[in-house]
Ligand binder design. Structure first.
Ligand code: MN
Length: 247
């Protein structure tokens, strides 16, 4: 069952064609343009999610996840930007999930914790993205006000082939459960990986097995199918979304 989507950004350049985020996000992060770009992504994603909720009503309502960069997280305007995006779109805060990485936390942990606390206070959810690739993962898990742990694709890639990865993922699921968190597996590409994740008891997953990232307007068929409802009007929006399905 589809429970939500994650907003992924692409840059369709006039002469250079499609530019992937691995190319332009680091430049935007370094130059500071990420703050404006991230604000646009957030507003676009919230508007699109509100539209999907209207077109495909489900229980619980579809969620949308938006990635936050370290620089955005350090930006004093972040809370106002998030509140504005929710207000303008009409999306309930409980339907928005903001994803952060452990890399965001290296600089100033105390002020980051304050920011995360203020975001949680407006009712949205927080996810720790790419879990297992950063530093001090375990201590952060305990201190951070996150709701969801997303297991990095590098662990998921080896599932079904290597026993060691299975044990790592199983341990993360168990740890998350002990801390009252839910677990999402990233980068599920094969049926074998999905089967192992189900056995382990992983809550949710995302990846090419469900769908490659697609433009927002191509997601309707999947949503109609995945939610068991009939689409109402035509979709709109330019952010690209990757559907998330229950593992
Ligand atoms: Mn993410």
């Amino acid at each position: 069952r589809i429970i939500g989507t994650e907003a992924l950004v692409r840059w369709r350049h006039e002469t250079r064609g499609m530019i992937l985020p691995t190319e332009f996000i680091p430049v935007a992060e370094q130059s500071g343009l990420i703050v404006a770009l991230g604000g646009w992504v957030l507003r676009t994603a919230c508007a699109q999610a509100a539209q999907w909720q209207a077109d495909y009503p489900g229980k619980p309502p579809l969620t949308i996840s938006v990635n936050l960069s370290p620089r955005q997280l350090a930006e004093p305007e972040l809370l106002a930007t998030v509140v504005g995006a929710l207000r303008d779109s009409g999306l309930p805060s409980s339907s928005l999930c903001l994803e952060i990485t452990e890399g965001s936390l290296i600089r100033d942990v105390e002020s980051t914790l304050l920011t995360l606390g203020s975001l949680k206070a407006i009712g949205l959810r927080l996810a720790l993205d790419d879990f297992g690739t950063g530093y001090s993962s375990l201590s952060y898990l305990q201190r951070l006000p996150v709701d969801i742990v997303k297991i990095d694709r590098s662990f998921v890639a080896e599932l079904g082939q290597r026993q060691q990865e299975r044990q790592i993922v199983a341990a993360v699921v168990e740890l998350a459960r002990a801390l009252g968190l839910s677990v999402t597996a990233e980068g599920i590409e094969t049926r074998a990986q999905l089967d192992v994740l189900r056995e382990i008891g992983c809550d949710n997953g995302q990846g090419y097995l469900r769908s490659a990232p697609v433009p927002a307007d191509q997601l309707d068929a999947l949503l109609a199918q995945g939610l068991g409802t009939t689409p109402v009007p035509a979709p709109r929006g330019s952010a690209e979304e990757a559907p998330v399905s229950r593992a």
